[in-house]
Design a binder for this molecule. Structure first.
Ligand SMILES: [Zn+2]
Length: 143
């Protein structure tokens, strides 16, 4: 239910874990073990003596993102595009030479900076979708 919010938080560089296994007491255990803040839409969580949590009010990811950024005092512009959106690992810089053949030819010829995810091995580069994300944050008044 919070999937889009999770991706957006990773876009701005936040360390966020998410998945089917993170529900009920599994969620509480993981949050305690890793010292994490729980983001939840589950109104019953508070009855389970959870560690610190933030109840997300809205169904809409834009409102959710705004709520989390405000509540946690995040600075969205500081670490954008430093984390893999899919698996949460920190991205590492990769030289242009090393991605030859691994990215489409037009990307290779038009881009200079690449990074990659050591966990899922995806390669990232500045592209139009990053521009759109920046624009979206601007539209939300969050950049
Ligand atoms: Zn990844």
């Amino acid at each position: 239910m919070l999937g889009r919010l999770v991706k957006w938080l990773r876009v701005i560089g936040q360390d966020v874990i998410y998945g089917q296994h993170l529900s009920g007491y599994g969620l509480i255990r993981a949050a305690r073990a890793e010292g994490r803040l729980i983001l939840t839409r589950d109104g019953h969580l508070k009855h389970k003596q959870p560690p610190p949590f933030l109840f997300i009010h809205s169904d809409h990811y834009r409102d959710q993102l705004r709520q989390v950024i405000t509540a946690c005092g995040l600075k969205p512009g500081q670490a954008m595009f430093t984390r893999c959106i899919e698996c949460n690992a920190g991205l590492q810089a990769k030289s242009k030479e090393s991605v030859a053949g691994a990215v489409p030819p037009y990307v290779f010829s038009s881009q200079e900076k690449f990074s990659w995810c050591p966990a899922c091995h995806r390669i990232f580069w500045a592209a139009t979708h990053q521009q759109k994300m920046l624009q979206e944050l601007k539209n939300l008044g969050l950049s």
